[in-house]
Design a protein around this ligand. Structure first.
Ligand code: ADP
Ligand code: MG
Length: 284
């Protein structure tokens, strides 16, 4: 059975998409895992990092994105085909194989409202939260890991992601505003898990955009580590680096070092991925 891990934080710009993309590529390229990436964010950043904008436009026009799965569910049609929607071997890094992608769409913005309306029409319950689960069920067994990049909100699309998640990671910049919402996320996920009748495991905080020379960053990381309400702060931090922001560009890369940077970034991401794999193996 695939282990499903959601990446979530209610704040934008904290490195959710970057971590999700990198962890998937390291899982596939370095650790031999078969990975399905699910891009649930209507900003489509993960999608364009993996397949570029041109292919995304084609897929979007052809009804081959996740938006079409949700559109079927709210409209009562059955046009979405998971086999043609899943993009195989997507990473633009030559060293990487085994990473597939279920692309996102800008249309998810308006569909979010429609899924919320469907939920109400059905008198609440969890039915409208299982649209994604039902859509991907036929391919789930093909993977070791499914990584879901969630949008920065707790709407019905995010909940569809959590409804298939065994666990979640929370990327966060160690500054005042970015860490502010952590208790809300924990509470929301715990309550939603209870509604589903199971636990969604908190795998840990991933410290991103870390600045070792910042007193604020050092202090906040220290406090997070001592905080008894936080299950786990991953021991390796992803430091702020130009190479990491440049990695968002869709172009040919020969290796993971080539995409993510050779001044410690590769080692940081390797270690973060290794820890996530170890934690997932022991806790899920
Ligand atoms: N460690 C890092 N160093 C430098 N830039 C980063 C780092 N992590 C992410 N970024 C950049 O910060 C921006 C926001 O990151 P992103 O992963 O898109 O965040 P989110 O998905 O949480 O909105 C992007 O431009 C990304 O390239
Ligand atoms: Mg993002």
């Amino acid at each position: 059975m695939a282990k499903v891990i959601a990446t979530i934080n209610l704040k934008g710009g904290v490195g959710k998409t970057t971590i999700t993309a990198a962890v998937a590529e390291f899982m596939g390229g370095l650790f031999g895992q078969r990975v399905l990436l699910i891009d649930l964010d209507s900003q489509i950043n993960l999608t364009t990092m993996m397949i570029g904008e041109d292919l995304w436009v084609q897929l979007n026009n052809a009804g081959r994105t996740l938006a079409d799965a949700f559109r079927d569910a709210v409209g009562g049609t059955a046009e979405f085909d998971i086999e043609t929607a899943v993009q195989r071997g997507v990473s633009p890094v030559r060293q990487v194989s085994g990473v597939d992608l279920l692309p996102s769409s800008l249309d998810l913005i308006e569909l979010q409202e429609e899924v919320a309306a469907l939920h109400l029409r059905r008198g609440g319950g969890v039915g409208a939260m299982y649209i994604l689960r039902d859509a991907i069920a036929p391919v789930l067994d093909c993977y070791d890991y499914v990584l879901i990049d969630c949008p920065p909100n707790v709407g019905p699309i995010t909940r569809n992601g959590l409804a298939i998640a065994d666990a979640y990671i929370m990327p966060t910049i160690p500054d005042v505003l970015s860490t502010y919402g952590i208790p809300q996320i924990q509470k929301m996920v715990a309550e939603f898990g209870a509604t589903l009748g199971r636990r969604i495991v908190e795998l840990g905080l991933v410290i991103t955009k870390y600045k070792a020379n910042s007193t604020v960053h050092r202090t906040i990381v220290r406090n997070l580590r001592r905080d008894p309400t936080i299950q786990n702060v991953l021991p390796t931090y992803l430091r702020e680096a130009n190479a990491i922001s440049a990695a968002a560009e869709y172009r040919d890369y020969s290796t993971l070092r080539n995409r993510y940077g050779n001044q410690g970034q590769y080692e940081e991401l390797e270690s973060i991925t290794r820890t996530i794999l170890t934690e997932a193996e022991s806790k899920l």
